[in-house]
Structure formats: C-alpha cells, structure tokens
Design a protein. Structure first.
Length: 404
C-alpha cells in the first residue's frame, strides 16, 4: 500500500543538538581569522607558523620517496597506534631529551589537539573537574567543555600555577587532571621553572592527579636553558601524559601529533581513536618518519627559532610605542606568543572592531579565562610576520587603540 504524504500535516521538529554542543562555543581565534582574512591585514591573532620557513623541499622529497618506494603501504590503512617507524623515531627523540621512552609508549594522533579529545573521552565523565592554568589554551577549554567537564582555574603567577593553590584545589575539588603548557605557554609565553615543576609533580604524587603536559612549542627556544619536562620529574612519571606535535617545528598541515602515556591510559586513548578516525593518515606518518631519517630536523628548528627570536625582539621593541602608557607584557624565551595587559578600564574585546579597521588584529584575552576574565588583556603572535611587518603592524595597532 502506498502512503501519500499530506502536505497540510504539521511537521514535527527534529530532536535538539546534544547539550554539550549547545553549550560550547566556537574558537574566538578562528572567528577572528575569518573576519581578518583580507591580505592587507597584519594579523597578530593566529598562532600560524611562518610559511616561508617551512622546509618545503625536504618535506616534498620525503613524500616522493615514500610514494615511490612503498605506495601500497603509504596509501593503505594503518594501525591505530601509529606507524612503527614513526613511533620508534619519536621515542628516540624523546629519550634523547631526557625521558626514556619506547615505541610502545607512543600513540600517534591527528595533531596534538586530537590527543586532548582522546584524553577527554578516556578520562572524563560529565561533571568531572579539570584544573587548568589561568589564562589557558583556548582549544583545551573547548575540548574539556565538550566532554562536559567542570573547568576550574588554578591561581598562578609569572612562573605558572601556584603549587600551594593547586594542592588546596585538589583536596577541595577532587579533580581528574591538571592541564598545563609549562614551556612557552599559550597564551602568555611564560615558562614554569624546574623548581616549580618539581613542586607541581609532588602535588600530583601526593594527591592522586593526572597531569596533561602539552608541549607544542618547547623546541622553539631563543635563549636560556632547556627545562626538563614535568613528565621526567620524580613522582610524576606514572601519572603524566606528554603531548607533542610537528605542527610548529615541521608543518601544521601534516596534522601529526602524539601522546606519551602510561599503558592503561594509552590503550584507552587508542580505543577512543579507533572510534574517532581509525588512524592518522598513513602517508603523512611515513613521510614524517622519512623526513626524520633523511633531514636534520634539529638544524631546521634552530633556523626557525633564530628567525622567531628576531621577530620577538621586533615586537618587544615596538610595544612601548604601540600600547597605552601603563601597559605591561611578558618577555618569552621562546615559542610564538606574548601576553599584554592594558591599564585598568580598557576592554580589548570592545576595542577590537575599531582596531581591525586599521588593518591589524589581535586576540582579546577574555576567552582564555575559564572563570572571571581580565578584559584588559590580549595575546599577540609574533612569528607569522617579518620584523618589518611587525613594526608596521604595531604602528597600526597604536593608531587603532588611540582612535578607539
């Protein structure tokens, strides 16, 4: 029997989106990039590596070698954990930097952002508490929000989270994890000293707390001595997840990241990854492994860091003229960002539209806070433009702030 639809019948509404999808907004950085995509805009908003510094020829040669030598493997499905040759290379690099690691300790992810999503799936129930830095990396706040977590900021200072405040919050809130970017933090650029890292690791050991240590910028050091990972601290080795990425040192378009985690949690993340995307693209993994075998990534990173250091210096030189009297800012020893605070009474979110009319952009600081925001703050990325472009951008920023 054929049923003929009745055009006059009422149409029932569709079921609503999940509560987590309705409650978590998009990325303000992505929104700003969309608005400021005009080529004449000098954009200090995005965390975009300088494209002219990519080792295009070296990466292209790695892809050519992989596709010529083993196309049937490069274009085939892979294991969820990642290609063995890449995991071995990542383990060797991690071990060489002071954290003994084997290939089986590594799970390859589609960018380190996916690692945050996998960890959220594996560790968090709706309503669980997550502790974060204040301010905090925006996309981490998104990942934890989508998992239904309750996000609580840990008070801190120029050296990062305060260990005493962390201990008090752990006792009071019973959180599942602490998320931190201890080296060249996004958004502030600050680095947690070794003594502070040892104290944070001690809190985690005494109170039973996972630490998620995100390290996408650690190799981009311009000055000062390298600080050992939190994951290498006594008391933290069995409870720290270390996240790494090729996005800032090789190319973000590869979408290659990884996590190093204790066996039980790593297996849970692998199951979550199977449900998410089965595996990270095989050809990208094999090309990255070939690049590591054929090229000197450390030498390439040193060249990039030297260029970024000159760009940081250009921004630091221009900020006194660009920002209102009474402003303050960080002086990062590496990475991609610095954090500025204008005098009381300024609202960088409200000021942004007027500043963009001067063909320059920044990210307001308010979205980086999980609690009460400091509306006088902003984040500036200094690596995408040349020193000359940075000087012009800061001139426009000063004019825009004065006009607004």
């Amino acid at each position: 029997m054929t049923v003929t639809p009745d055009a006059s019948a009422p149409v029932a509404p569709l079921p609503p989106l999940a509560a987590r999808a309705r409650s978590v907004g998009g990325s303000p950085v992505r929104d700003i990039l969309a608005v400021t995509a005009r080529p004449e805009v000098i954009n200090f908003a995005g965390g975009l590596p300088a494209p002219e510094l990519f080792d295009t020829e070296g990466i292209a040669a790695a892809y050519r070698a992989v596709l010529a030598g083993q196309p049937e493997r490069a274009l085939q499905y892979s294991t969820t954990e990642g290609e063995p040759v890449l995991r071995a290379a990542l383990a060797d690099r991690t071990t060489a930097r002071g954290l003994p690691t084997g290939p089986d300790d590594i799970l390859v992810t589609t960018g380190s952002q996916q690692a945050l999503s996998l960890l959220s799936t594996a560790l968090l129930e709706p309503g669980d508490t997550v502790l974060v830095e204040d301010p905090c990396y925006l996309a981490a706040l998104q990942a934890f929000g989508l998992a239904g977590a309750r996000v609580v900021a840990v008070p801190g200072d120029a050296d990062g989270v305060d260990p005493e405040a962390l201990a008090e919050l752990v006792v009071r809130e019973r959180p599942k994890l602490l998320y931190t970017v201890p080296t060249f933090q996004n958004p502030t650029g600050r680095t947690m000293p070794a003594g502070r890292r040892a104290a944070v690791a001690g809190v985690a050991a005494r109170h039973g707390l996972w630490i998620v240590e995100d390290d996408p910028y650690g190799e981009l050091r311009f000055e000062g001595a390298r600080v050992p990972w939190l994951a290498a601290q006594d008391g933290a080795r069995d409870r720290t997840v270390l996240l790494g990425s090729f996005s800032k040192v090789m190319a973000p378009g590869l979408r290659l990241g990884w996590l190093r985690a204790p066996a039980g949690l790593r297996r849970a993340c692998a199951v979550a990854k199977q449900a998410a995307d089965l595996h990270t693209p095989t050809v990208n993994q094999l090309a990255a492994a070939r690049y590591l075998a054929d090229s000197d990534l450390d030498a390439h990173v040193a060249r990039v860091a030297a260029a970024y250091g000159a760009r940081r210096d250009a921004m630091l030189a221009g900020l006194p003229e660009a920002l209102p009297e009474g402003s303050a800012w960080t002086r990062p020893e590496g990475g991609m960002f610095l954090w500025a605070r204008l005098p009381d009474g300024y609202d960088t979110t409200a000021l942004l539209p007027g500043v963009v009319r001067h063909d320059v952009a920044y990210v307001p600081g308010a979205p980086f806070h999980s609690g009460e925001p400091d509306r006088a703050t902003l984040r500036l990325c200094y690596v995408t433009q040349t020193p000359e472009e940075i000087a012009e951008g800061l001139r426009r920023l000063g004019a825009g702030l004065r006009a607004a």
